[in-house]
Design a protein around this ligand. Structure first.
Ligand code: GLU
Length: 409
């Protein structure tokens, strides 16, 4: 299954438990607006490059639409649409007053220079500026984008609309960003891993963890987990994976990546492949890189006792079913990685109130929001004897459905 089929499958599974009518299902799955634009620019060498950009606005029943912008060569309309629908359920699961959207450009950002990346971003904003905005749709970082890209977005948007820091989140601190936003997704993953382990009478201190992906999400998750006593025995990036039975020195790994931009050459007990990492005999496996990494083919090899979906859509439905049969709980993406959008919301709130919070306040609010959402999901899963993912979808779809009906169709 591809990303779209997989998002659809998870929606349908929950909709069946909820006994949603076909008409209601159609209403909730049909995106409100699909934007597809040409982004053409002159490269540094004078050549013309043409890219395709998307902004899929899935649902605004609960508030302005919200979701990241992805720069990746595999971005296409279906994938962005699938990710936009995940954002709708995700914002509803953590009960922040947003709908869901997602955007992206089909481009390998590493092939562009800094100035080409800036020009491409500005031209993309030129195309989108009338459909996004603080009360309409608020972009944020995702794969291949970061605070610098958000800075270009806010600057370009303001050329049309005047001072408007709340038009995008994940901005640099110097440009109305929120302290704690950059770490938020990974920190949330770490925090929720701890909360989940507790439900099984386990603690981080007696847990071994394998983490796939050492980008923004994976590295901050690793930091939280190891700072709080967890033993992260494996980490990976595109250069491959590192394994250390005594636990990877995360501070050293972070310093290495800062200097060399990858884990290549990092001194660990041994190097293993990404596939070997997924099959390690650990307590917790955290896929924090691409979608679709756990499949029908490799799900049987997984030896972890718990899985935490830090990436969006890393477990395909066929693998999810195998894990269900093997009684391996999967903490679903729409809650596991919701820390990012939760602190995006806190950034937006600060921007709109012209009032800056300190890091402790943001972290406390993040922990409160995620823990409360987890407890609710857990209770629902226990009461109805359904997997955690289905319970999370029930919460998300239920909230969006109720807002839709209350507002009137
Ligand atoms: N891209 C992130 C996600 O998938 C964050 C979105 C946001 O902060 O709006 O949840």
């Amino acid at each position: 299954m591809n990303a779209y089929e997989s998002a659809r499958h998870y929606f349908e599974t929950a909709a069946a438990v909820m006994d949603l009518s076909p008409n209601m299902k159609k209403l909730l799955m049909t995106p409100e607006r699909e934007v597809k634009v040409q982004v053409a620019l002159k490269l540094d060498n004078g050549e013309i490059a043409t890219f395709v950009g998307y902004r899929m606005q899935h649902n605004s029943a609960r508030g302005p639409m919200k979701g990241g912008l992805r720069y990746h060569h595999e971005v296409d309309a279906e994938e962005v649409l699938a990710l936009a629908s995940l954002m709708t359920w995700k914002t509803a699961v953590v009960d922040i007053p947003y709908g869901g959207a997602k955007g992206g450009i089909s481009v390998a950002p590493k092939t562009l220079s800094e100035s080409e990346l800036e020009l491409m971003t500005r031209k993309f904003v030129d195309e989108l500026q009338d459909v996004i905005g603080p009360d309409k749709d608020i972009p944020a970082p995702d794969m291949g984008t970061n605070a610098q890209v958000m800075a270009w977005i806010v600057n370009q948007y303001e050329k049309y609309h005047g001072f408007n820091p709340a038009c995008v989140t994940g901005k640099p601190l110097e440009l109305h960003g929120a302290d704690g936003r950059e770490e938020a997704t990974g920190r949330g993953v770490g925090l929720l891993t701890e909360v989940m382990l507790k439900k099984f009478d386990r603690t981080l201190a007696d847990a071994t963890i394998a983490l796939q992906g050492f980008g923004n999400v994976g590295s901050h998750a690793a930091r939280y987990l190891s700072d709080n006593g967890g033993k992260v025995v494996a980490i990976s990036d595109i250069s491959g994976a590192c394994y250390d039975s005594g636990g990877i020195d995360i501070a050293a790994a972070l310093a290495h990546v800062k200097q060399h931009r990858s884990l290549e050459g990092f001194d660990a007990e041994k190097r293993i492949s990404n596939e070997e990492l997924l099959a390690l005999d650990v307590d917790v496996l955290i896929p924090a890189a691409l979608g679709g990494v756990l499949t029908e083919e490799n799900a049987g090899d997984v030896r972890a006792k718990y899985i935490v979906e830090a990436a969006n859509g890393p477990v395909l439905p066929e693998a999810d079913e195998i894990f269900r049969k093997r009684e391996i709980p999967v903490l679903p993406d729409i809650l596991a990685n919701a820390g990012g959008v939760t602190v995006s919301y806190l950034e937006w709130v600060q921007n709109r109130q012209y009032f800056k919070w300190d890091l402790d306040r943001t972290r406390a609010e993040l922990a409160r929001t995620l823990t409360a959402s987890f407890d609710k999901m857990w209770q629902l899963a226990t009461e109805k004897h359904i997997p955690l993912r289905t319970a999370a979808y029930l919460m998300g779809i239920g909230r969006v459905g109720r807002s839709t009906v209350l507002a009137g169709i």
